[in-house]
Design a protein around this ligand. Sequence first.
Ligand code: GDP
Length: 454
Amino acid sequence: MSDTIAAIATATGGPIGILRVSGDAAIDVVSAIFAPKSGKSLRDASSGRLVFGELYDRSGDLLDCCFAAVFRAPHSYTGECMAEIQCHGAPAVLSEALSALFARGARQAAPGEFTQRAFLNGKMDLSGAEAVQELVSARTVEAARNAVAQIEGRVGTTVQHTREALLQLVAHFHAVVDFPDEEIDPFLFEQAQETLHKAASALYQLAESYERGRIIAEGVPCVILGRPNVGKSSLLNAIVGEERAIVTEQPGTTRDIIDETVRIGPVLLRILDTAGLRDTNDPVEKIGIERALQRANDAMLLLAVFDGAEDFSDDDLMVIARSHGRRAIAVVNKSDKTQSLELARLEKHFSHIVHVSARTGEGMDELLHLIPALVGLDGAVYDGSIITSARQAAALARAAERCEAALFAAQCGMTPDAVVMDAEGAIAALGEVTGQNVTQDVVGRIFSNFCVGK
Ligand code: GDP
């Protein structure tokens, strides 16, 4: 028996709004406030078909002419009986309809409760359920593609196969552990090594994809660094494609930090234009420079800008020093002017140098192509194999380590129970990814981060 939950599933302000209802009484609850124009009851409608009709409020007054659909268990998102109302999106209509549903016995759904029920009813594993939220909040088409493949079970299937191989291995070894007097077949150890080796490398590969996953989900924090007047604000404008930062001939105008999020291919660049770096006694400018340096320390990518039409100055050296050892691109700006910058000096410190003119746009394509490559996203495949959840990545890394430990035990000819212990540890960690082995607390925490109605 499940109680019946209801929620508005769409954001306020759209022309159409959707209410979702799930639980044993979902179809009855919606049928009580929705009358199909056909004269039949919504209860008798075919599963998954939109039905046109009239929607009534809690007093039985007409509220809207709209659509409703029913989905019978187990063939629904949650695996329970469900019904949806697609009405006009006015907040008043939606909230009246919701209170009519409450009056008929439904209660407000908690954040993520629909997906939590889908997980608890076996419609998707925990990695798939987590990907639902990734899909809802995806800001690039690549992030969406990766998430939808995970909802379809990309991570879950890999993990499940590995888990089954390990379970089989443990079962074989248990047989040996249970009969210690019997001779151990050396072939068993060989087979175990192969299974464990395969499992460890597949799991490490998944866990390591998390760095790219974070980039996909959260974007790349990027700082534009350079002395005053080299064209940092102009570069930001050229990247963003609009006059967002202040461009002026007076050095030291960008005193605070301006930030923009811009899509560059699959990369969401969170780009900060900062105060120009220079030796100054102006206390306000000094604060701006300190902030710039702090942001540069935290950034994943630096765009170190130089004026190609001028010689190096001491302030440029400060920019070089700050970029040293970092993931950085030297952007030699003002390529439309006669060049006099000593490039050999830059080549010593930067593996990537791009000549651009923020004014004419020359070289900008090359710069924009280089960025995805530099953060490891050029040619990436968005088939769900990129982990975007820190929780999953940690569990996968733990599982991989335990496989490695079991492999070591098998290679050294340790007692079979040493192999079993680590392999079982790996199985438990994999169960955390799929949700077979998680506490109620963890499940609650995961779904509390979802939106209401999902
Ligand atoms: P910032 O202080 O580093 O942010 O530099 P700005 O973007 O404010 O630019 C300083 C000056 O350089 C302005 O007069 C810009 O018009 C000029 N400038 C910026 N980029 C270019 C460029 O590519 N070519 C030329 N010729 N001038 C540029």
